[in-house]
Design a protein around this ligand. Structure first.
Ligand code: FCB
Length: 448
C-alpha cells in the first residue's frame, strides 16, 4: 500500500539542546537544572550525565551533513538558555550566541528551514535557586531571554516554539523523576500557571516585534482510554490522566481559555488553585500560527493492571513501562484537537519516534526495522486524519541521533543515527535510507 503526502509537506527531524550539545561547562555556559539533577544518585538510568552527549557543540559540520544526507526540509532544535545567559538573566554569553549563529547559518545554507524551541526543559540552575517557575519573576526572566533570541536569531528562524511539552515542568515539580526533582503538586500547578503566562507574553512580544516567522507551542498528547469501556474506575482513571494530570491542563487554557471545569474543581478540592493575576487567563490564550503535536502512543487504563505495575516500580518516565502500541490514537488525537479544542491552525507533528534499548548487539540496533514499522504506522494514521480535512503540514521524526534521553540517560536510543559514545562517531541505522526515500518521494510503502 502506498501512502502519499502533499509535495509541500514539511519532513524533518528533531533534537533538543540539553540532549545533544554536551560542552556543558565550556565557553562560559552556566549549568542547567538537568546538569544538577542528573548528578543526584539514582535519578538517571545507568547514571548518565549530559556533560558530553553527542558533542554537537563541537560538531556543527557533522550534524548538518547528517541533515543533508537525509534530505530533510526542516530541522527542529532548541536553544540552551544557560549557554546564552549563564545566570538566566544578566550578561549575554557571546560564545553561546556564536555557536547558534554558526549552526543556524549552516542549516539555512543547506536550504533547510529552522524550527527553534525557546525552552525545552533546561532551566538555568541560577534561576532554579531563585524559585524557578514557582517564582512569578520567571515571566520577566523568560521574556528577557525570548526577546534576546528574537533579536539575535530572528533573521534565521522560520518557526518559533515557546515551550516544548510543558508537562515536563509539571512532572519535575510534582512527581520528582524529572528535573528539578521536586514532589509537590500544589507548587507544580503554580509553576505551570506561570509557564503558561510566559508563553502568552512571549507570543505578544513576538507580535509586537513584527517578525516574519511564525510562532506556536508544542504540547504532547498521550491520550488515555478506559481499557474496559464499562468499568467506572477505568473511565475515571482515563479522565484524570487526560484532564487533570495530562494534556488537558495545557490545551484547555491555551486554546479554549481558562482551566477546564474538571481541573478547576479538582484544584479547588485539593487546595491547589494557582495564584493568578486578573488578566492571566486571557494572556495565556493567544492566537497562534501553528500547533506542534508530539505524539508517541495512546494508552489504555486498566486500573487493576496499573496497581500491579505501580507496586513493581519505584519511578518511571516517558511511559517506557507501557510498551504496547496504540498508534491508531494519532488519528483520534488529531480529531480531538480540532473538535474538542477547536484548533483550526496548521498542525505539525513536532515529534514522533521510538526507542531501542541500548545493548551489546550493535548490529541489531543498526537494523531498526521496528522504527520503520512504528513511523510507517503513525504516518498511516496521520494521513487518515488529513484525508478527513485535518490540516497537518509536517512531521518531525524524533530524533536525528541517539542522545541523552532524560531520566533514561543513554540507555534509550531514539536516533536515526547510532551514536557511538566512545568516539562520537555517528553510524546510520537502516532507517536513514528509508526515511530519506520517504522524504524524497513524500510517500511511503507499507504492508497493508
Ligand atoms: C519527548 C521529549 C523529547 C524526547 C522524546 C523521546 O517527550 O520532548 O525531548 O525525550 O520525548
Amino acid at each position: 500500500m502506498k501512502i502519499t503526502f502533499p509535495e509541500t509537506f514539511t519532513w524533518g527531524v528533531a533534537t533538543a539542546a540539553a540532549q545533544i550539545e554536551g560542552a556543558a561547562f565550556e565557553d562560559g555556559r552556566g549549568p542547567s537544572i538537568w546538569d544538577v539533577f542528573s548528578r543526584l544518585p539514582g535519578k538517571i538510568e545507568g547514571g548518565g550525565i549530559p556533560d558530553v552527549c553527542c558533542d554537537s557543540y563541537h560538531n556543527v559540520g557533522r550534524d548538518v551533513a547528517m541533515l543533508k544526507e537525509l534530505g530533510v526540509k526542516a530541522y527542529r532544535m532548541s536553544f540552551s538558555w544557560s549557554r546564552i545567559l549563564p545566570d538566566g538573566t544578566g550578561p549575554v554569553n557571546e560564545a553561546g550566541v556564536a555557536y547558534y549563529r554558526k549552526l543556524l547559518l549552516a542549516v539555512k545554507e543547506a536550504g533547510i528551514e529552522i524550527n527553534a524551541t525557546i525552552y525545552h526543559w533546561d532551566l538555568p540552575y541560577a534561576l532554579q535557586i531563585k524559585g524557578g517557575f514557582g517564582n512569578r519573576e520567571i515571566i520577566d526572566w523568560y521574556l528577557n531571554y525570548a526577546s534576546l533570541l528574537f533579536d539575535r536569531f530572528g533573521d534565521l528562524v522560520d518557526y518559533w516554539v515557546t515551550f516544548n511539552e510543558p508537562i515536563a515542568t509539571y512532572v519535575g515539580h510534582a512527581k520528582g523523576f524529572f528535573a528539578p526533582g521536586l514532589s509537590d503538586e500544589k507548587y507544580a500547578r503554580q509553576c505551570i500557571h506561570h509557564l503558561l503566562v510566559c508563553h502568552g507574553r512571549a507570543v505578544q512580544l513576538f507580535r509586537e516585534r513584527k517578525l516574519k516567522s511564525r510562532i506556536g507551542v508544542v504540547v504532547d498528547v498521550w491520550k488515555h482510554y478506559p481499557a474496559r469501556p464499562d468499568n467506572e474506575e477505568d473511565i475515571a482513571s482515563a479522565l484524570e490522566n487526560n484532564e487533570i494530570q495530562g494534556y488537558g491542563m495545557f490545551l484547555h487554557p491555551l486554546f479554549l481559555g481558562g482551566y477546564s471545569s474538571v481541573l478547576t474543581a479538582y484544584m479547588e478540592e485539593h487546595d491547589m488553585t494557582p495564584k493568578m493575576e486578573p488578566d492571566d487567563l486571557e494572556t495565556i490564550c493567544q492566537k497562534l500560527d501553528f500547533y506542534g503535536l508530539n505524539f508517541y502512543n495512546g494508552l489504555y487504563d486498566d486500573v487493576d493492571e496499573m496497581r500491579r505495575m505501580e507496586a513493581q516500580k519505584a519511578s518511571g518516565g516517558n511511559f517506557q513501562d507501557r510498551p504496547v502500541r496504540h498508534l491508531e490514537a494519532a488519528y483520534d488525537v488529531l480529531h480531538m484537537l480540532k473538535e474538542q479544542y477547536q484548533i483550526d491552525i496548521p498542525i505539525y507533528i513536532t515529534e514522533n519516534g521510538v526507542a531501542q534499548s541500548d545493548g551489546p548487539d550493535r548490529a541489531a540496533i543498526l537494523g531498526d526495522d521496528d522504527r520503520i514499522a512504528y513511523v510507517s504506522e503513525t504516518l498511516y494514521h496521520v494521513r487518515r486524519a488529513m484525508d478527513d480535512g485535518i490540516d497537518v503540514r509536517g512531521y518531525y521524526l524524533w530524533s536525528l541521533m541517539d542522545n541523552f534521553e532524560w531520566s533514561a540517560g543513554f540507555c534509550a536510543r531514539y536516533g536515526l543515527y547510532y551514536t557511538d559514545y566512545e568516539n562520537l562517531q555517528m553510524i546510520p541505522k537502516k532507517s536513514v535510507s528509508w526515511y530519506r526515500d520517504v522524504i524524497r518521494n513524500s510517500a511511503l510503502e507499507m504492508e497493508p
